[in-house]
Design a protein around this ligand. Structure first.
Ligand code: HEM
Ligand SMILES: *[C@@H]1O[C@H](CO)[C@@H](O)[C@H](O)[C@H]1NC(C)=O
Ligand SMILES: *[C@@H]1O[C@H](CO)[C@@H](O)[C@H](O)[C@H]1NC(C)=O
Ligand SMILES: *[C@@H]1O[C@H](CO)[C@@H](O)[C@H](O)[C@H]1NC(C)=O
Ligand SMILES: *[C@@H]1O[C@H](CO)[C@@H](O)[C@H](O)[C@H]1NC(C)=O
Ligand SMILES: *[C@@H]1O[C@H](CO)[C@@H](O)[C@H](O)[C@H]1NC(C)=O
Ligand SMILES: *[C@@H]1O[C@H](CO)[C@@H](O)[C@H](O)[C@H]1NC(C)=O
Length: 323
């Protein structure tokens, strides 16, 4: 009995020290094994972002999709094989992009330190570094030591990636199944301050919300008129719109004032206003400093979901195929 109390106390203490949040991840895992790793990832990422300002959105979304399916194990990067349809070929993969950037970073790392740096860590760091470019400082801490999985199933992406049509209950269930709170849900949705969305993922809200040719009453009607000029019909699957009109490459807290004015693009965005508690969280996050602080903490939790560490998994040589 005493032993049990002692052990529980130890676990609680370690949690306070931040060990349990990141599992066995740690700061600068590659300090001895590949000291240049984080610098290489950062400088490569910066180069790619300066050529393509849309990249930060692609990489952070890819990291999110990775972490929600089998944990952050780079399973999202694996290509389908003759026998298996992988996550990246599942329906929610729509416009996942940036695979080539991860491959480029990986090959630079393989030159310097072969078989040392995992694809899962590369993705976590590159997502952070890409979003951080405009600030010239790291916007959140990324612990490292993830290892790569060997399994990627399209069906699991479908089952685990929340859909833009999700309501509040479905969203909170999805996040809590990954150990994330309502607070994390509202905070991480703020990533929709950058990037684009395809018309067909929200045009039901413009044209035929309940099957009666109506509009979603939770969508700002002025904004709906604007969106209709972009998405001319409900069957348009190719046109994209900026999620934060006018500043879709700028990472800031604009998502929240937009959301509060009923200008969230997806039903899943609008759903965040449906309870008092979540609406209050959104209201607090309008303050940019608050948003950045909270985002940094929630990203750390996201990046620790279901990670493989120690001798689990492998260090892939090429991020798109298992060894
Ligand atoms: C809360 C549940 C979420 C839902 C239902 C959701 C859904 C979506 C959808 C449908 C798109 C548009 C994809 C397209 O049309 O190409 C999108 C884009 C995006 N999502 Fe989310 N998302 C969620 C949470 C997150 C989280 C947690 C992050 C990151 C921390 C994130 C980051 C992004 C980014 C950056 C884009 C823009 C991608 C681009 O520009 O290509 N999302 N999301
Ligand atoms: C695919 O399936 C075939 C036959 O079932 C098997 O011989 C082969 O090893 C499998 N390939 C992979 C990559 O799993
Ligand atoms: C996404 O999946 C579809 C099939 O559902 C596939 O045609 C497409 O190439 C995939 N996109 C990427 C970027 O892998
Ligand atoms: C970015 O930060 C680094 C130090 O972290 C500094 O040396 C450099 O001058 C900064 N660049 C700009 C454009 O501010
Ligand atoms: C949310 O969606 C689920 C599945 O469609 C449904 O069963 C549930 O009633 C919805 N909840 C609310 C509050 O609308
Ligand atoms: C709206 O949806 C209903 C039910 O799905 C369908 O019968 C109707 O044709 C749609 N109307 C338009 C204008 O697309
Ligand atoms: C809808 O958007 C308009 C124009 O941007 C804004 O003035 C108005 O306050 C918004 N409506 C609501 C209900 O927030």
């Amino acid at each position: 009995m005493k032993m049990r109390i002692f052990l529980v106390t130890c676990v609680v203490l370690l949690c306070f020290l931040g060990v349990c949040q990141g599992g066995n991840l740690r700061k600068n895992f590659y300090r001895d094994s590949c000291p240049q790793a984080e610098d290489i990832i950062q400088s490569k990422t910066q180069k790619h972002v300066s050529a393509n300002p849309a990249l930060p959105a692609k990489l952070i979304r890819m990291h999110f999709h990775d972490c929600f399916v089998r944990g952050c194990d780079a399973s999202v990067l694996l290509k389908s094989t003759a026998n298996n349809t992988a996550e990246r070929d599942a329906i929610p993969n729509l416009t996942l992009a940036g695979f080539d950037v991860i491959d480029d970073i990986k090959s630079a790392l393989e030159d310097k330190c072969p078989k040392i740096v995992s694809c899962a860590d590369i993705l976590a760091l590159a997502a952070r570094d890409a979003v951080s470019v405009q600030f010239n400082k790291s916007m959140w801490e990324v612990l490292t030591g993830r290892r790569d999985g060997t399994v990627s199933l399209s069906g699991e992406a479908l089952a685990n990636i929340p859909a833009p049509f999700f309501n509040f209950t479905q969203l909170t269930q999805s996040f809590s199944s990954k150990g994330l709170t309502l607070h994390d849900l509202v905070v991480l949705s703020g990533a929709h301050t950058i990037g684009i969305g395809h018309c067909n993922l929200f045009s039901n809200r413009l044209y035929n919300f309940t099957g009666k040719g109506d509009q979603d009453p939770s969508l700002n009607s002025t904004y709906a008129e604007f969106l209709k000029t972009k998405c001319k019909s409900q069957s348009d699957t190719t046109t994209t719109v900026e999620m934060d009109p006018g500043s879709s490459t700028k990472f800031d807290s604009d998502y929240y004032p937009n959301l509060i004015q009923k200008k969230g693009l997806f039903q899943s965005d609008a759903a965040l206003l449906t309870t008092k508690e979540s609406a209050n969280i959104a209201a607090e996050l309008v303050a940019q400093n608050k948003f950045f602080t909270e985002f940094s903490q929630s990203m750390k939790k996201l990046g620790a979901i279901g990670v493989l560490t120690g001798s689990a998994g492998e260090i892939r040589i090429k991020c798109s195929v298992v060894n």
